[in-house]
Design a protein around this ligand. Structure first.
Ligand code: LLP
Length: 423
């Protein structure tokens, strides 16, 4: 359920006509709904109301400060994967005691920053990382709370690029290696193992992989108890899918019920790291039709948003619903919706049927709230889009449109550079 609906033939973001926002801010334009965001967070978090739990929103899905501030106010924690995400989370007022730090490549300085912020725990992905965290913590006279990320070797049945819990993936430790790593953690003076962690993949549309992973974690938990390790946190990661097209993923409530049942009798706080299920359907990307053309029997709608703005279709072959901002009169067309970038891989949709559009019309790509703007780039020297947050009939520009100067702001001036190289 989201708040992008047609009223009087015009697509609205909550109570504001999308076309009015475009009139003010131009295209391409990301528009988010604060009401949808709050609703998705609450629906997710309350699904686990029966047990001790902490919802750590996965910042990578959409890291705009407005998102993080809204979620922090709702009481969410965050799952971060870089010093930059820690900076954003703290800037947005997220309680450090609700921050977990995942990722395979944490650098020394990032570990220091997280220790100084006193985050809840590090999800550790290798023995070397564990040793580094111990050293860094020792250097600043702290004890780092850690959990080890276990790779349970479960098939999440999703796109291979976002499968993370199979043994051929780079993430986490096998159960055998994790056991040794827990023993090592026990012997190291500056780390305290307090949790177990796994994240098996993204855009999961079935319950069974979650349950299979939890079974393996529970079995492993038994072994840790025997080793005298007290596990306080069981982090099951994120990954719950959303409906882009015709997928029918389980509702968070179903996941909640199943996990609560399976965790009965286990004295742990459940941590979840949802990203997409909270952010995905909170946003749309609006774009203006520049040209239409037909080559032989193939029709193209050329729009001003491209793979640099929304890379998911090009990168994963992902489906995003495309709709006209002005409701059609029933006449339809079938076309590829493509951007201006000089690659055939630059498309938002292929062979898609939608209400007929013409030059100057506006189109919206739905479900663009997660992994949309955050994955954008300046490829082809295209300034990044603006972002707007709407609530009811109010809106705020939450990120300005980049201008040409932003494209070169961090670069050495060309002539000066050539002059110095010659000397
Ligand atoms: N926790 C960890 C450790 C993760 O690596 C991820 C996502 C999440 C949580 C959140 O997963 P979610 O609930 O959003 O599925 N760019 C891709 C998705 C990459 C996901 C990476 N990790 C896409 O556009 O589909």
């Amino acid at each position: 359920m989201h708040h992008f609906q047609y009223k009087n033939g015009q697509l609205h973001a909550e109570d504001i006509a999308v076309a009015d926002l475009v009139y003010e801010y131009g295209t391409p334009l990301y528009i988010y709904s604060a009401t949808t965001l709050k609703r998705h967070y609450k629906a997710f978090d309350s699904a686990f109301d029966g047990i001790d739990h902490l919802t750590c929103y996965s910042v990578k899905a959409n890291s705009n400060l407005s998102f993080l501030k809204i979620l922090a106010q709702e009481g969410a924690g965050t799952d971060i994967v870089s010093g930059g995400e820690l900076f954003r989370a703290l800037r947005a007022g997220v309680d450090p005691k609700k921050i977990v730090y995942s990722g395979v490549g944490k650098k020394t300085v990032e570990i220091q920053e997280a220790l100084f912020a006193d985050i809840l725990m590090f999800n550790v992905e290798s023995v070397q990382e564990l040793e580094r965290i111990n050293d860094v913590a020792g250097g600043v006279d702290k004890v780092a709370r850690v959990s080890l990320r276990i790779n349970p070797d479960v098939d999440p049945k999703t796109h291979p690029y976002v499968s993370t819990g199979l043994k051929e993936n780079k993430f986490g430790l096998s159960r055998a290696d994790a056991l040794k790593a827990y023993a090592l953690a026990q012997s190291l003076p500056n780390v305290e193992p307090i949790g177990m962690d796994c994240h098996i993949g993204s855009q999961l549309t079935q319950l069974s992989p979650f349950m299979e992973a939890l079974e393996k974690l529970k079995e492993f938990h038994g072994q840790l108890v025997q080793m005298g390790i007290k596990i306080k946190y069981m982090d099951l990661g994120g990954g719950l899918g959303i409906t882009y097209n015709e997928e029918a993923p389980p509702h968070p409530e179903e996941l909640g019920k199943a996990l609560i049942e399976s965790l009965k009798g286990l004295d742990v706080t459940l941590i979840l790291e949802p990203g997409r299920v909270i952010a995905g359907n909170t946003g749309i990307l609006v774009t203006e039709v520049q040209y239409t053309k037909t080559n032989e029997d193939k029709t193209f709608v050329i729009v001003d948003a491209a793979m640099n703005d929304l890379v998911r279709p090009s990168l994963y072959g992902s489906y995003h619903r495309i709709a006209s901002v002005r409701e059609g009169n029933g006449e339809e067309m079938t076309a590829d919706v493509v951007g201006p970038i000089c690659e055939s891989g630059d498309f938002l949709a292929k062979n898609r049927t939608f209400p007929k559009v013409a030059q100057g019309d506006l189109l919206a790509a739905f479900s663009a709230g997660a992994y949309g703007f955050v994955m954008s780039s300046q490829y082809n020297s295209r300034a990044r889009a603006a972002e707007i947050m709407v609530e009811g009939d109010k809106h705020v520009l939450v990120r300005k449109r980049e201008v040409y100067n932003d494209l070169v702001a961090l670069e050495e001036d060309g002539l000066a550079c050539i002059g110095r190289l010659k000397k």
